[in-house]
Design a protein around this ligand. Structure first.
Ligand SMILES: *Cc1c(COP(=O)(O)O)cnc(C)c1O
Length: 300
């Protein structure tokens, strides 16, 4: 994977009021390997390809709408590498063709293996089995989080990001917030917006960063993948006002929570807040299909 020549601009979101809000559109880094997933895969893939494996194979894990699965399948296509996606939920095997993320992954040449939620929960066991079965493969954990991923997140920081008091990112498995924490300036505070109810996240992140400069806040709004009409309104409103698309699993929830915190004066007057757009827009198509079935308003 290359370091893109294009510099991602940091743009102000003109909200008025006592604090200044900005966004870095990491979603624009690559049309198919979007947002933080690009950087989380960067060293994982490059280090693996440097080893010149004879029959390269990348194996990874994810849910049926996973941005990580989508990104890994695109890496497979671009580099002509075989990819295998272990997908949570046996029942999805019957209906994968109605899921835009999985259709896209298949079209990129990814092999999909569907496993029960029980099996998926015990991924370590599965990983051991896969290591044995495919000794030459690169096995990347769910969401792509590992030490290489944390190193890659460093690339989201540059001279344009130094001048902010707060750095904000959505948190799934924690690799992104760990990378921001590890590599940001000493005076910067990192806020992770948790979209999953996972009580062990603090501990997991602390294993990936040596710094204590991060703080997690709950932005699950009812749980991982739960979508409220209020959040859909927020996302549609945000896009029409500021021209920036968000999705309802990560960035939409983060931004709704950021706005709430601004309203509650969490940030001292004059604060400069930078939110990372971590991508994930591929997920909107699948979400809209679900919303349509439920006769609800769609994401525009
Ligand atoms: C995966 C993902 C995240 C979460 O990143 P972690 O490193 O797993 O915490 C945030 N936003 C988007 C859009 C994602 O796809």
């Amino acid at each position: 994977m290359d370091i893109p020549k294009m510099q991602i601009p940091v743009k102000e979101i003109p909200i008025g009021g006592k604090v200044k809000l900005f966004m870095k559109r990491e979603d624009l880094i690559h049309p198919e390997i979007s947002g933080n997933k690009y950087w989380k895969l960067f060293f994982n893939i490059n280090n693996y390809l440097d080893l010149k494996p004879e029959n390269p194979l990348i194996i990874t894990f994810g849910g049926a709408f996973s941005n990580h699965i989508s990104a890994v399948s695109a890496v497979g296509k671009h580099f002509n590498i075989n990819t295998l996606g272990i997908i949570r939920g046996e029942e999805i095997e019957q209906k994968w063709s109605a899921n835009p993320t999985l259709v896209y992954a298949k079209r990129n040449g990814m092999n999909l293996k569907f496993v029960s939620r029980e099996e998926y929960r015990h991924k370590e066991k599965l990983t051991e089995f896969l290591k044995h079965e495919f000794p030459e493969a690169l096995i990347i954990p769910e969401g792509g989080t590992n030490r290489n991923a944390v190193q890659g997140i460093k690339m989201m920081l540059n001279k344009d990001t130094k001048d902010f008091d707060y750095l904000c990112t959505a948190v799934g498995t924690g690799g992104t917030v760990a990378g921001l924490s590890q590599f940001c300036e000493d005076n910067q505070k990192v806020i992770g917006f948790k979209v999953v109810d996972d009580a062990s996240l603090d501990e997991k992140i602390s294993e990936l960063t040596s710094k204590m400069n991060f703080h997690l806040t709950d932005a699950a709004f009812g749980g991982y993948g739960k979508i409220s009409d209020e959040n859909i309104r927020f996302i549609n409103d945000f896009k029409s006002k500021y021209g920036i698309p968000l999705e309802p699993i990560y960035t939409g929830k983060m931004m709704q929570k950021v706005f709430e915190m601004i309203d509650e004066n969490y940030f001292p007057e004059g604060s400069k807040i930078l939110c990372f757009h971590t991508g994930g827009l591929q997920g909107i198509a699948g979400v809209n299909l679900l919303l349509q079935k439920q006769n609800r308003n769609l994401i525009i």
